[in-house]
Ligand binder design. Structure first.
Ligand SMILES: [Zn+2]
Length: 216
């Protein structure tokens, strides 16, 4: 489905004055046909017979609404599409292309729309593969990051499945978060050489009052 554009002054146009409603309707319907079939305004003889327009054809031609050939005024020019459609004879609607796009223009428009859609699909596909990559990377990093901030000294003989056991990893991460909260008040007092502390270390750590932040 598409839309046909008609000059809104058409009903009052001098060309239509004195024509019967039947002729006027055939004129409008012929433009609808040209739009639907993208004929650039061509109305093939076969279609004229089928639609009963052969009886009003003479009136349309005399009124200057249909031509045997485009008149060459303004947009009323012959196109390849018209020639193709009128291979077996027919007429063209005067000025159809003044208000309506050619078949070629519509094809270009559709091609551009297809390109845009393909581009958008490509972007969406790239985005979702990015998400997959990030997820894979991040989940791979979890154990490594966790080891970094572990409050426990590294076990001398780590069990081989420790890194890949998610439940254990969660438990250990929880412990890490806990100890971070515990160490919060002592932030800034930890000497560099002590490295990572455990919660127990914190409990027993001797605090040098001069290391504490100044009270305000
Ligand atoms: Zn014309």
């Amino acid at each position: 489905m598409a839309w046909l554009r008609i000059d809104d002054r058409m009903p009052r146009s001098a060309k239509l004055m004195g024509l019967t409603d039947r002729v006027k309707w055939a004129y409008v319907a012929s433009m609808c046909y040209a739009s639907e079939e993208e004929t650039d305004g061509a109305i093939p003889s076969g279609v004229q017979r089928e639609m009963g327009w052969t009886r009003v054809r003479k009136d349309l031609i005399e009124a200057g609404l249909w031509h045997e050939k485009p008149c060459g005024e303004g947009a009323c020019q012959e196109t390849e599409r018209q020639r193709e459609k009128l291979a077996k004879g027919g007429h063209v609607v005067h000025d159809y292309l003044e208000y309506n796009p050619t078949h070629e223009e519509l094809e270009e428009k559709r091609a551009k729309a297809r390109d845009r859609m393909a581009e958008n699909r490509g972007k969406r596909a790239a985005k979702s593969s990015d998400v997959r990559d990030t997820f894979a990377r991040t989940s791979g990093e979890v154990p490594a990051k966790f080891e970094e901030s572990s409050p426990y000294p590294p076990s001398p003989s780590p069990s081989p499945d420790q890194r890949s056991d998610p439940e254990r990893a969660y438990a250990r991460m929880g412990a890490g978060a806990e100890s971070e909260r515990v160490s919060e008040p002592a932030r800034g007092t930890r000497p560099a050489h002590m490295g990572s502390w455990t919660a127990d270390d914190l409990e027993n750590a001797p605090v040098d009052p001069s290391d504490l932040p100044e009270s305000r």
